[in-house]
Design a protein around this ligand. Structure first.
Ligand SMILES: Nc1ncnc2c1ncn2[C@@H]1O[C@H](COP(=O)(O)O)[C@@H](OP(=O)(O)O)[C@H]1O
Ligand SMILES: [Mg+2]
Ligand SMILES: [Mg+2]
Ligand SMILES: [Mg+2]
Length: 354
């Protein structure tokens, strides 16, 4: 018998994220012609991959833990008015189910198109600091996904406001970063990252059969580097974080500017957790934007359990018990030996602006 806490939750989360990763990878090929994308009210894109992945994952959670709540990014409003889109998503989900009949008892199976909409809408929890709540980002980095770059399928379990486990599937993440010249088309891609509070962070191949956590690679951040030797992860989209402010912070810390690795999605947290980069800067571009809990919950536990610290731009911990969004501003993740100096540099750069 396993003594790992939340081991059943972890297995369901891993199987569901793997199934959703297969689904999204399939869609990413068909997206190259630019179809199957809808623009949401906030002008951000959503694809049949986002909807399909949310349906598959919530179905699995509700099969295993019917009383748990889910804070999922997507809702079914546009699908209920679009028969073609809804049918496409149903077909996609059934196709993925047929590729993995072995796990039907754990993950469940959809009976019709209406059920797709109903299950997607079970992601409507308001969150909070009481009880068991899953945070789900079916495709994080949708813009990267549409470009054919990085994206991640992200799922975390929050209990009484604290993140207890996180699973992230990165279908396109190369095994080596930066990719050595000329190896773009041959390098292996795809990682499954899992973390449980108090147990550790682990890595395994996303496409191979699921292994027991303790039989996979335990991963750690590097905690002995100086600023001149670090790598820094930042987003790709200039509308999601301030690249100018981030450059000033790197300058203040004497971090070489060519140390930056730009990646969409929580693949940034994954890259830090494997010891490939030491700092993640996400400086806000606007005073009004509230970060979403599904964009950071899995990454937070992955970093903490691999030896790092995640905070807002002032160094305060993130509070996942405040609803669907975080009350804090921006994100700074870093190795333990560097985090407080990064926060000081952020404060100095922002202070010079006032
Ligand atoms: N103005 C803004 N500031 C910060 N994050 C934003 C933002 N507008 C959108 N986002 C979030 O940025 C996420 C992607 O992060 P990144 O840029 O690091 O890849 C998006 O997730 P989705 O792609 O799941 O919608 C979205 O939630
Ligand atoms: Mg997201
Ligand atoms: Mg998303
Ligand atoms: Mg989105």
């Amino acid at each position: 018998m396993s003594t790992i806490p939340y081991s059943k939750e972890l297995e369901i989360a891993q199987l569901a994220v793997k199934r959703a990763s297969i689904l999204t990878k399939q869609v990413s090929d068909s997206l190259k012609n630019g179809t199957n994308t809808v623009t949401k009210d906030d002008k951000s894109p959503v694809t049949i991959g986002d909807f399909g992945a949310q349906a598959v994952i919530i179905k699995a959670i509700k099969e295993a833990f019917p009383n748990d709540e889910v804070v999922g990014e997507e809702d079914s409003d546009v699908l209920r008015q679009d028969d073609t889109l809804r049918r496409k998503i149903f077909e996609l989900v059934k196709d993925v189910e047929s590729q993995d009949t072995q796990h039907a008892p754990q993950l469940g199976s959809f009976k019709d198109e209406a059920e797709i909409c109903d299950v997607i809408d079970m992601g409507n929890s308001e969150g909070g600091n009481k009880g068991r709540i899953w945070a789900l980002d079916p495709i994080d980095g949708t813009k990267g996904f549409i470009r054919g770059d990085q994206f991640a399928v992200c799922l975390a379990l929050i209990v009484d406001g604290k993140v207890k486990l996180g699973v992230i599937g990165c279908p396109n993440l190369p095994e080596v970063l930066p990719i050595p010249q000329g190896q773009d088309s041959i390098i292996a891609r795809g990682g499954l990252f899992s973390a449980i509070e108090g147990v550790g962070s682990y890595f395994q191949d996303l496409w191979a059969p699921l292994k027991l956590l303790l039989e996979t690679e335990r991963i750690f951040m590097k905690n002995d580097l100086e600023f001149k030797d670090v790598k820094v992860c930042e987003g790709v989209e200039k509308g999601h974080s301030s690249h100018d402010t981030q450059s000033q912070i790197k300058l203040k810390l004497s971090i070489p500017l060519d140390s930056t690795i730009n990646l969409d999605s929580q693949a940034k947290y994954c890259t830090l957790s494997k010891g490939v980069a030491e700092i993640y800067l996400r400086l806000p571009v606007s005073d009004t934007y509230r970060e979403k809990i599904w964009d950071h919950a899995s990454g937070q536990v992955l970093i903490t359990e691999s030896g790092g610290i995640v905070s807002d731009i002032y160094g305060n911990p993130l509070d996942f018990g405040k609803g669907r969004t975080l009350a804090s501003k921006g994100i700074i993740a870093a190795s333990k030996n560097l985090h407080s100096d990064v926060i000081k540099a952020v404060g100095a750069v922002l202070g010079e602006r006032d």
